[in-house]
Design a protein around this ligand. Sequence first.
Ligand SMILES: C[S@@+](CC[C@H](N)C(=O)[O-])C[C@H]1O[C@@H](n2cnc3c(N)ncnc32)[C@H](O)[C@@H]1O
Length: 265
Amino acid sequence: MTIVRETIRETHQTLEAAGIPDARLEAEVMVMTVMPDDLAGIIGQRLERIPLAYILGYREFYGINVVVTPDVLIPRPETEGIVEHTLFMALMGMETRELSIADVGTGSGAIAVNLAIHLPAARIYAVDISEPALDVAAWNIRAHSVADRIRLGHGDLLEPVPESVDLIVANLPYIPTDRIPTLQPEVQCEPGAALDGGPDGLDLVRRLLAQAPGKLNSPGIILLELDPEQFPAAEAVALQHFPDAEITAEQDLSHRDRIMVISRP
Ligand SMILES: C[S@@+](CC[C@H](N)C(=O)[O-])C[C@H]1O[C@@H](n2cnc3c(N)ncnc32)[C@H](O)[C@@H]1O
């Protein structure tokens, strides 16, 4: 009700300043007429199980509003951990030089944009296989004025990244194919290419780790978001490609392993 009262007050002031008669009454009538219609529209779409972020066109992520459309995954709270740990590592360990970072499977650009905001000297490559997703990322990059720090690349995993980088961050699709039809209807509205990780969910992670040795500096770090159950299998793959690496897990808000950190010496 506070928001309704505030909207009426502002509308009243605007009308009054323009010399419109009966400004208060008209403000009340306008707001109370329009709001139920808008709300009914939103509720109607929600009842069709369309995610609220797609209806509103944005989602808050790590303190900024990120524009989303059905062409991109809606950024999740657990993914904020990737931003947080990347910033921690960048600011603690590698602050002496200009960092290069690849955000693989950037989607809306939520991770890349936040890293660019907090690491103004970093050179960031944001890659996706989906051109419509890259259009959304481009929008967010412009909206947050970080176009000078992020280069978009279209293609498969690390292929579009033109140099080896200090940090690779990736929230790639990691849901096993046969689990997708069992997920709630809201998730079914999201792009299949953003969810489907193949039979055990690790197809893209395996391919990324196979490409990574040639695209990661020494020292260098890879941060991967995974399902907690996938850690043992993903760790085995990581050690195959990075036998000298230290591998650790960062937990999400439910205290479950969520981000695999592969540190190449
Ligand atoms: C789980 S979504 C993550 C989006 C965003 N990074 C986030 O965390 O909200 C995965 C993204 O990876 C992209 N993707 C899938 N396969 C890819 C590939 N082979 N190469 C590059 N990107 C890919 C999808 O298009 C999707 O945007």
